[in-house]
Design a protein. Structure first.
Length: 237
């Protein structure tokens, strides 16, 4: 971030009005085509299904709002649209309005947005401390000293209970490393480093036990109320 774009100034309100989304359905498998007669010609239009039907809502500064729903309810689709990264598949489209502070989003508003994806992507050979140091170097203002960046990374790591695993490798499905819950909390930690004014989280509690889920929600709620931030998260149920 440049000095004049330092995170933490002001607040953002997010509204969405009558958001309707059609997503491309997966084509039938070979077995479905052979045994069930399901299929289509190459020149047929892609199959679409309604993922969202006139969804409206809002999240204001100082609020932490949760979307609750089962698989296929459209939680991820809505979050991806609100975060300006719609993933709607072949032929998919959406309509409706997304407003930031009661107006159309300005050109660089995504600098004020944090987005925690459901799937975590890290370099598995790095330690937690190295990942946070790299994220701090690329996300925090250039005017900050290295010591201030380290302090910020340590502060957020402590809030999410990651201090004890800072020397540990992240690992992967092949190489042993962090647990699934620890990786999820690291993903949230990276997005919290630059204190985004608006934070969207896609199922951040998945893989956490009740104690860790409670501590994560406490940290997010404290960030929303004390920092006057708007936080929207989805919960699988």
């Amino acid at each position: 971030l440049d000095d004049d774009a330092e995170a933490g100034a002001g607040s953002l309100r997010l509204d969405w009005e009558r958001v309707t989304a059609h997503v491309g359905a997966a084509p039938p498998s070979r077995l479905e085509r052979v045994f069930c007669g399901a299929g289509r010609r190459k020149d047929d239009a892609p199959r679409l299904k309604v993922a969202l039907d006139a969804a409206s809502g809002s999240v204001a500064p100082g609020e932490m709002a949760c979307m609750l729903g089962p698989s296929g309810a459209g939680k991820t689709t809505l979050l991806s649209i609100l975060g300006a990264r719609p993933q709607l598949g072949a032929g998919g489209s959406w309509m409706g309005r997304v407003l930031v502070n009661n107006a159309a989003p300005r050109k660089l508003w995504l600098r004020d947005l944090g987005f925690v994806m459901q799937r975590d992507i890290f370099f598995d050979t790095l330690t937690v401390g190295q990942e946070l140091a790299f994220a701090a170097a690329t996300r925090l203002p250039r005017s900050w000293t290295p010591e201030k960046r380290r302090q910020r990374a340590a502060e957020v790591a402590a809030q999410l209970g990651l201090t004890s695993v800072l020397p540990s490798k992240i690992g992967s499905a092949v190489e042993r490393g962090l647990s699934g819950g620890e990786v999820k909390r690291l993903n949230i930690c990276v997005e919290l480093l630059n204190d985004p004014r608006l934070l969207l989280l896609d199922e951040p509690l998945t893989g956490l036990d009740s104690s860790r889920a409670f501590s994560v929600l406490e940290a997010l709620r404290a960030r929303a109320t004390a920092g006057h931030r708007a936080i929207l998260l989805s919960v699988h149920q």
